[in-house]
Ligand binder design. Structure first.
Ligand SMILES: *Cc1c(COP(=O)(O)O)cnc(C)c1O
Length: 391
């Protein structure tokens, strides 16, 4: 049998992150002492009161279909969160809960983009964005940024990238993979241009709560009613509540877009898991004190790893103010990122993700969602590996 694979599916690039990850896991299974810096999830457990709420829902028999867009209680809790923390006024009908923030991104792109549309994506980018745009038969327009601007898109380069076909700009602050955080002034300047040129913004704010060194997050939707009208906020429970496996995220969108996403979802996944949604209500309405301890721990690791990386000859790293990643520049070593990471894994058993996966071949991504002992060991090995390379 000769199988036909659709253009849509065949045009996707397989995930480099997963390739490295499965190699590292295999090495670990073979008994090797591998240090994993590849994690894209917090190393903390979901807070107990959230687990309890979901367990109770399960015990109470809350096990049936819910409305496709999520239970009213959760959509209300999300609208309240945006009012309280972001100064954004949404009706619950503008909130669509989906099976993870990733699924929310996908729904937004599918519901707003099609063939002939261009989507501006600043690089380094979260590796799923361009693939999702391709799945919608639209055209990713990658705008390169570097560590010289802390990986931030400038108003000038945004203006240059916009054409009459531009449908959407994707922003992600704090950023995966770089950890960069736009200041309110910087994000407003980009939003102003999108309002002026009538371009929609998908603002992925899933790392909103993970900030350091006094950095602040302000949603691009918050600057004026026009900004709100041009923005779809994507968010989720994976990072600040460590609920990656629960598969729960949401988007907050102008009413017509929310309606379209609801329709798309009602014919694909239907609702996200019923009892998981009850846990999510507890996440938003219950105590948030877990976060303080997590941030203290993340910040300690961040400072240590950033200082340690910059002490390695031929490596330099921008100080990241958010998320849980470092994105060091490795171009001084003379190796491309794939070769660097493959040889690092082979020689020193350290797994990091090559920057090329995020559209930035001069860098690699290191996740510090791992304990201090691992960080110390892994960074020492990276230093030894760099010293072993020809000058
Ligand atoms: C983790 C992450 C998400 C969402 O992840 P889910 O597990 O699908 O909720 C979305 N955007 C970015 C940039 C992320 O790193």
């Amino acid at each position: 049998m000769k199988y036909k694979i659709s253009h849509r599916a065949a045009s996707l690039s397989p995930s480099l992150t997963l390739a490295i990850d499965s190699k590292a896991k295999q090495m670990k299974a073979d008994g090797l002492d591998v240090v994993g810096f590849g994690a894209g999830e917090p190393d903390f457990d979901t807070p107990q009161h959230i687990k309890d709420a979901a367990a109770k829902a399960l015990a109470d028999g809350f096990t049936k279909y819910t409305p496709a867009a999520g239970i009213p209680e959760l959509r209300q809790a999300i609208a309240d969160k945006h009012k309280r923390e972001n100064g954004l006024s949404y009706k619950p009908s503008q909130i669509i809960v989906s099976c993870g923030g990733k699924h929310s991104c996908y729904n937004v792109i599918i519901a707003t983009c099609e063939e002939g549309d261009e989507v501006i994506i600043p690089a380094p980018y979260w590796l799923s964005y361009p693939e999702m745009v391709k799945l919608a038969s639209a055209q990713p327009v990658i705008v390169q940024t570097t560590d010289k601007t802390e990986f931030k898109l400038t108003p000038q380069s945004l203006r240059q990238a916009i054409t009459p076909r531009t449908r959407l700009l994707i922003l992600n602050s704090p950023s995966n993979p770089t950890g960069s955080v736009y200041t309110p002034g910087e994000i407003k300047a980009l939003g102003d241009i999108c309002v002026e040129r009538d371009v929609l913004i998908m603002s992925d704010e899933i790392y909103e709560h993970l900030l350091y060194d006094g950095a602040v997050h302000q949603s691009v939707a918050s600057f004026s009613p026009a900004h709100l009208e041009h923005t779809i906020v994507v968010h989720g429970f994976a990072k600040a509540w460590s609920m990656t496996g629960w598969r729960l995220g949401w988007c907050a969108a102008p009413e017509p877009i929310a309606k379209a996403i609801d329709a798309v979802q009602s014919h694909s996944t239907s609702n996200p898991t019923s009892f998981a949604q009850k846990g999510a209500v507890a996440a938003l309405t219950g105590p948030q004190d877990h976060l303080k301890g997590w941030l203290t721990e993340f910040d300690k690791r961040r400072r240590f790893a950033w200082n340690r990386l910059n002490a390695i000859p031929r490596i330099s790293c921008v100080n990241p103010k958010g998320a849980f990643y470092l994105f060091p520049n490795i171009s001084g070593t003379g190796l491309r990122s794939t070769e660097f990471c493959a040889r690092l894994l082979e020689a020193e058993k350290v797994a990091a993700v090559p920057g090329v996966a995020f559209g930035a071949d001069d860098y690699m991504r290191i996740s510090y969602a791992t304990n201090m002992a691992n960080l110390e060991k892994g960074l020492e090995r990276i230093e030894r590996f760099c010293a072993s390379l020809p000058q």
